[in-house]
Design a protein around this ligand. Structure first.
Ligand SMILES: NC(=O)C1=CN([C@@H]2O[C@H](COP(=O)(O)OP(=O)(O)OC[C@H]3O[C@@H](n4cnc5c(N)ncnc54)[C@H](OP(=O)(O)O)[C@@H]3O)[C@@H](O)[C@H]2O)C=CC1
Ligand SMILES: Nc1nc(=O)c2c([nH]1)NC[C@@H]1CN(c3ccc(C(=O)N[C@@H](CCC(=O)O)C(=O)O)cc3)C=[N+]21
Length: 291
């Protein structure tokens, strides 16, 4: 292995500490802590683990966590009614509805119902549009975390060639928009891309969000590339990324591990977005770039 390890777990701990530092001043100004509501529908064990971990870290940062666990049989109307209630609740600054939802529910309609000013996931089309057009809003947590790790490692990203693998609304597309805003030359690839290794051979930055264990091979990479592995794949009970770590680590300049890379950044960015939402809603000043 020659690549440097990008320690997302450590960076995320620092970010959560910076968020926590801002909470007392907000509480002094408003008489309350920032609040995050998390909605979990059904009993998917992986989702339950994430929700528990989000709740714990929210409290550790000094913020208020409101957990809503609904049965897998919850109707669309019941879920929408809960979103409306959270939209109207002044103690709630951020709302996260854990995805994926059970198949009978219309997740697009649920995401559309969330007040865009409380949309700390950044999944509402208003916020996707704001990101695409360069307006302030909320940026999805996973790509925001990836960008923070990239800028921490590389500094100014201007002019770098970036390849994003995967075009989902929650990772690939917003990642491409963020890198474009940072003046990278971005290639957004997906399952219909004809010759992925051709694009990767030129990439200074690779962000892999495919959902297939060990998919990206070391031979495809440009020597010295910075590789961000978003993938969370469970293989025989263990977590694997979307990048063949051993192969990639002998070619890349730096790489994130799985676990301990992007995952912890996602939760830390969720807390950051909640802090930002609280300040914006209350009209309390916050230097967002310093967090
Ligand atoms: N660490 C974290 O915090 C998070 C991790 N994840 C993980 O990241 C991964 C991606 O998640 P998500 O974006 O939601 O996944 P999706 O399944 O929504 O999207 C996967 C994307 O990969 C593309 N793809 C599939 N096969 C290939 C292929 N052979 N070559 C190139 N592209 C391909 C698909 O293309 P097409 O559009 O053509 O189908 C699609 O755009 C998953 O492992 C997920 O668990 C997700 C969110 C947060
Ligand atoms: N509305 C919504 N918002 C999300 O942000 C969202 C979601 N739904 N649905 C599921 C995905 C996935 N996701 C992860 C968060 C943290 C880790 C994480 O902390 N992972 C640890 C390991 C955790 C473990 O051991 O299982 C790590 O990579 O080190 C992973 C994945 C957020 N998601």
């Amino acid at each position: 292995m020659s690549a440097e390890l990008i320690d997302g777990k450590a960076f995320a701990a620092g970010l959560r500490a910076r968020v926590a530092q801002q909470v007392p001043a907000f509480a002094a100004a408003t008489g309350r802590a920032p609040g995050l509501a998390v909605v979990l529908v059904g009993e998917d064990p992986a989702s339950a683990v994430y929700v528990r971990s989000k709740g714990k870290m929210t409290c550790e940062a000094g913020m208020e966590s409101f957990e809503h666990r609904l049965s897998a049989e919850t109707s669309q109307e019941e879920l929408i009614a809960l979103v409306d209630q959270l939209n109207a609740d002044p103690a709630v600054d951020g709302i996260l509805v854990q995805l994926p939802l059970p198949g009978h529910l219309d997740s697009e309609a649920v995401l559309l119902r969330i007040d865009p000013d409380k949309d700390v996931d950044g999944f509402h089309p208003f916020n996707a549009g704001r990101l695409a057009t360069g307006l302030p809003g909320f940026v999805p947590c996973t790509p925001l975390g990836c960008l923070m790790l990239l800028e921490d490692r590389l500094g100014d990203l201007t002019g770098l060639d970036a390849v994003v693998i995967g075009r989902s609304n929650i990772v690939g597309k917003p990642m491409a928009a963020l890198l474009t805003a940072k003046s990278c030359t971005v290639t957004l690839t997906h399952s219909r891309t004809r010759n992925l290794p051709h694009y990767l051979a030129h990439a200074d930055i690779v962000v892999a969000a495919v959902g297939r264990a060990d998919f990206v091979k070391g031979e495809w990479l440009k020597p010295g590339a910075t590789v961000i592995d978003v993938g969370i794949n469970r293989v025989d009970g263990a977590l694997r990324g979307d990048v063949d770590f051993a192969g990639a680590a002998s070619v890349a300049g730096a790489i994130t591990p799985v676990p301990g890379g992007v995952g912890p950044m996602t939760i830390a960015c969720l807390l950051r977005n909640t802090l930002v939402a609280a300040h914006r809603r209350e009209g309390v000043a916050l230097d967002e770039d310093s967090i």
